[in-house]
Design a protein around this ligand. Structure first.
Ligand SMILES: NC(=O)c1ccc[n+]([C@@H]2O[C@H](COP(=O)([O-])OP(=O)(O)OC[C@H]3O[C@@H](n4cnc5c(N)ncnc54)[C@H](OP(=O)(O)O)[C@@H]3O)[C@@H](O)[C@H]2O)c1
Length: 254
């Protein structure tokens, strides 16, 4: 993994990445730690994976807190931020990466509960720890960001709609965040090679990944996209608060 952020860029800063036990969240947490940030690793189920990552990141010389919290459970979220306050006192960076909605056996409105309501709930719970100079990064997919103008696969549509609803609900908070000196940016990417989501969609729609790869010219892998999320944590905020990763010419307007 080539490091997108120069060593020391985030020295002394504290970052929480939701859903960082695996996938894009885990690689993002690793990049932030390599840049010197103290990191809070949040997971829902995969405690051993989160602990393994924590051990690896502590070896870099940063402090790491591992907190299990189901983001759809407000009490659990409040406990997570109480633990963050006790360990670090404040938060400089909140990366809203955790996502879901394609899991089996969940309530019909689970995607909306996690991808919209829980995202806003996490922001609310984090606000007392954020201050002037802090930043919030929301991670999403092009299939969700552009869902109003570009249809997606039927299996992903409820997730896409719920993630866009979450993005919109967070965007509504930009004036309030900016008043407090807190930056907000959305990072959106195409389907990511090698992820569970991409595998599930490919299973339901054989050839879907190859089609997307052809339309986009290239699909990012997990570490490449995580590098873009890490860059979003430090680079200047675009005027529309949006960073679109890779080619988006096959998507309509917003
Ligand atoms: N996959 C793609 O093709 C793709 C493309 C573009 C953008 N993105 C975006 O990138 C982000 C990460 O995607 P990914 O594919 O890396 O996801 P993933 O592999 O499915 O990982 C999801 C992470 O979220 C956590 N999580 C799920 N439900 C949770 C809950 N209720 N409470 C707390 N944590 C929860 C999981 O924790 P456990 O491990 O403990 O279950 C895991 O760490 C998402 O925002 C996604 O929309 C993904």
């Amino acid at each position: 993994m080539s490091q997108p952020l120069p060593a020391g860029t985030l020295a002394g800063r504290t970052a929480l990445v939701t859903g960082s036990s695996r996938g894009i969240g885990a690689d993002t947490a690793r990049y932030l730690a390599q840049a010197g940030a103290n990191v809070v690793i949040n997971f829902r189920n995969k405690a051993p994976r989160a602990e393994k990552l924590a051990t690896e990141l502590r070896a870099l010389g940063v402090q790491v807190l591992v907190v299990g919290a189901d983001l759809t459970d407000r009490a659990s979220v409040d406990e997570m931020f109480a633990a963050v306050r006790e360990a670090f006192g404040a938060l400089d960076l909140l990366v809203l990466n955790a996502s879901g909605g394609m899991e089996g056996g969940m309530a019909a409105d689970y995607a909306l509960t996690l991808n919209r309501d829980a995202q806003v709930g996490v922001l609310d719970a984090a606000l007392p720890l954020l201050s002037d100079g802090s930043r919030v990064v929301f991670v999403t997919s092009h299939q969700a960001h552009f869902i109003r103008t570009t249809p997606t696969m039927p299996e992903y549509e409820p997730v896409a709609l719920s993630k866009r609803a979450g993005e919109d609900a967070l965007r509504d908070r930009i004036p309030e965040l900016n008043e407090r000196g807190i930056d907000f940016v959305v990072v959106s990417g195409d389907m990511i090679e090698g992820t569970i989501t991409a595998t599930l969609l490919e299973r339901a729609n054989p050839g879907a990944i190859a089609d997307r790869r052809e339309s986009a010219g290239k699909l990012y892998n997990v570490s490449e996209f995580a590098a873009e999320v890490a860059l979003a944590a430090v680079e200047p905020i675009p005027s529309d608060n949006t960073r679109l990763v890779g080619d988006t010419s096959s998507f309509g307007g917003e």
